[in-house]
Design a protein around this ligand. Sequence first.
Ligand code: ADP
Ligand code: TRP
Length: 330
Amino acid sequence: MKPISLTGIKPTGKPHIGNYLGMYRPALDLMKTYQGIYFVADYHALTIMHDPETLRELVYEVAAGWLALGLDPDEAIFFRQSDVPEIPELTWVLSCFTSKGLLNRAHAYKAAVDENLSLGRDPDEGVNAGLFNYPVLMAADILLYGSDVVPVGLDQKQHIEITRDIAEAFNRTYGPVLKVPEGIIQENVMKVPGIDGQKMSKSYNNTIPIFAPEKEVRKQVMRIVTDSKRPEDPKDPHDSTLFTLLSFFASPERLEEIRQLYVHGGAAYGDLKKELANLILAHFADARQSFADLMNNRGYIDDVLAQGAQKARRMGQPYLAAVRKATGID
Ligand code: ADP
Ligand code: TRP
């Protein structure tokens, strides 16, 4: 049996190139040496998404995105989180080994509290307990199968550390029952910038979506924020969102040429944006076609997810049984 690589993505918006570079691509690359377990984290999405139609639609989009980007459902275990009831069961058990203070310090919850305080409101205003417990659910996702590695972007690093803390707390009480996982965070794509220069994120409305109509992809790329320098002015490539994004898609030779144009003058932002849009569309041409086909064949997606859930449950059940036995809830 190969070691296990596991990751999930929330269906809270359309897959974007930050997700691709920070998570989808590294996760799919790991399939060569690891057994991949990949899933659509719809229970996590429920902490913020309360419109059923949108949630259903986004589950299809995210699932189609995985498949279109190359996930082979015969090789990977690929499913929808809510189809595996062992996950919420393990979440409860783990919550009894999670110190509340640890969750108080989790970034998403802390950010909500800090914002409330800065506005003079009650610290917990608008915060549901699902958001607070989010890291415990994520720990259950990971620990249910004895995962070895978890490929994620930098923003998820703290969640992996919390998962490790929870597993260690459980093991201190009962002996080595849970495997303590490692995060895999890609140094060079730790934070892919969005079109406004902040981290690319669905929550900031600054993404370049992978599967949107061509016109929309081009429009987003043309909106990348640049300064007011003229083409002939020398520019610092390290201080340019456009250059950073080009560096992920241009060939090394072309990137070096563009770097010279930045440093010595000659880089016209408009032309470079058009070049970037073409590179992105070419890079994802096959995936975009396959995404469109999949979205027209939702019965197939349903079947793939249902079969994946069966595999995931079979794989998770022995671990859950060990947890139940260790705790005396058996
Ligand atoms: P978003 O911030 O758009 O809501 P998610 O939180 O759903 O994205 O992230 C899904 C996966 O993609 C996570 O592993 C996350 O670390 C990774 N990811 C998201 N945005 C970026 C980014 N800008 N750069 C690198 N990785 C990212
Ligand atoms: N919290 C992750 C995110 O925001 C999604 C996720 C849920 C996940 N469960 C996971 C990632 C387990 C890795 C492992 O993107």
